[in-house]
Design a protein around this ligand. Structure first.
Ligand code: UDP
Ligand code: MG
Length: 308
């Protein structure tokens, strides 16, 4: 039994060594063989240097150094593609995901679960806005989407090689890996844990990036926004039709027209707004179609210590 640990790293110089120590302690308790895959996602601090130091000391430390920042999801994907273990753990580098939990994930794993995800019971040190938006997001996406994405989970989880192979066979851009894993099916279970604040450094996810990530999750897992746009279109057309009849009636039977600046302003603004929203929804989908048609690689490797 070999456990691969996939660790996306972006400016985590203060966390690389402590994380390694804690991971090692945990893996030794489990008693399996291991590999730690550090994916340096275009760090601009000493993260990559520190990873190389680790790799010199420990042959089981593998690393990939991206040519620039390709984003967290692509870093995780690269790690999955290169991993060779029977079980694969995805974990954040900032020690917000406690490595000790891997023992519990592993317990469930050997009971036969192919996906064991870590589920937050509570998140300290996060802003109110982040907590609320995360909560709303999971509610929302589960309303819209056809696959159930477990609430209060991140990417911290243990998956089997089989599940990993499914994920790696999905070439899509704008990845939403936790959703793709949910989509893959298999026997899945959650293990609760308490999420702490990050050990050192600051968050690498801005609110803009979080929104993009949320969009990716929704657009990749649901076409319902498009349906909603269509429904809204029908509803508004129906209303418009009624108003047309009313206007014609007023003109030819009642001779009671002119006036009505307010109603014209209202309808012009309202229709303009609805049309722009619908165009925006369609645009989100078209943009992602374009991304996928371009078929660019998800990441570019500058350096790594893999033989192949
Ligand atoms: N990360 C990454 N690339 C990025 C942003 C983040 O590889 O562009 C890594 C980061 O080093 C960390 C994990 O992804 O290991 C989660 O990021 P972060 O802690 O900043 O997100 P948060 O926990 O605040 O949501
Ligand atoms: Mg974090």
């Amino acid at each position: 039994m070999k456990i691969s640990v996939v660790i996306p790293v972006h400016n985590e110089e203060g966390n690389v060594f402590p994380l390694y120590q804690e991971l090692l302690t945990t893996i030794q308790k489990i008693g399996s063989t291991y590999e730690f895959l550090y994916i340096d996602d275009g760090s601009t601090d000493l993260s990559y240097k520190n990873i190389q130091i680790l790799a010199e000391q420990d042959k089981n430390v593998k690393y990939i150094h991206f040519s620039k920042n390709f984003g967290h999801q692509n870093a995780v994907f690269a790690g999955l593609e290169k991993s060779s273990g029977d079980a694969i753990v995805i974990i954040d580098a900032d020690l917000q995901d406690p490595p000790q939990l891997i023992e519990k994930l592993y317990e469930k794993f050997i009971e036969g679960y192919e996906v064991v995800f870590a589920q937050r019971t509570y998140r300290s040190d996060e802003t109110w806005l982040k907590l609320t938006s995360a909560k709303l997001f999971y509610r929302f996406i589960n309303k819209l989407s056809d696959v159930y994405i477990p609430e209060d989970t991140g990417d911290y989880r243990m998956i089997s090689k089989k599940v990993k192979d499914v994920i790696c066979s999905m070439p899509e851009q704008n990845k939403f890996i936790r959703g793709q894993i949910a989509w893959a099916g298999f026997k899945q279970i959650g293990v609760p844990f308490e999420r702490k604040g990050r050990r050192s450094g600051k968050t690498n996810y801005s609110y803009a990036q979080m929104f993009k990530f949320a969009y990716d999750g929704i657009v990749s897992f649901s076409n319902r926004p498009l349906h909603l746009a269509t429904y809204a279109g029908f509803l508004i057309s129906l209303t418009a039709f009624a108003v047309i009849i009313y206007s014609v009636y007023q003109k030819y039977w009642n001779n009671n027209t002119v006036q009505g600046w307010t109603s014209i302003m209202l309808s012009v603004l309202f229709l303009g707004g609805v049309q722009l929203i619908c165009l925006g929804i369609i645009g989100e989908y078209i943009g992602r179609i374009l991304d996928n048609v371009k078929d660019r690689p998800n990441y570019v490797i500058k350096e790594s210590n893999f033989e192949d």
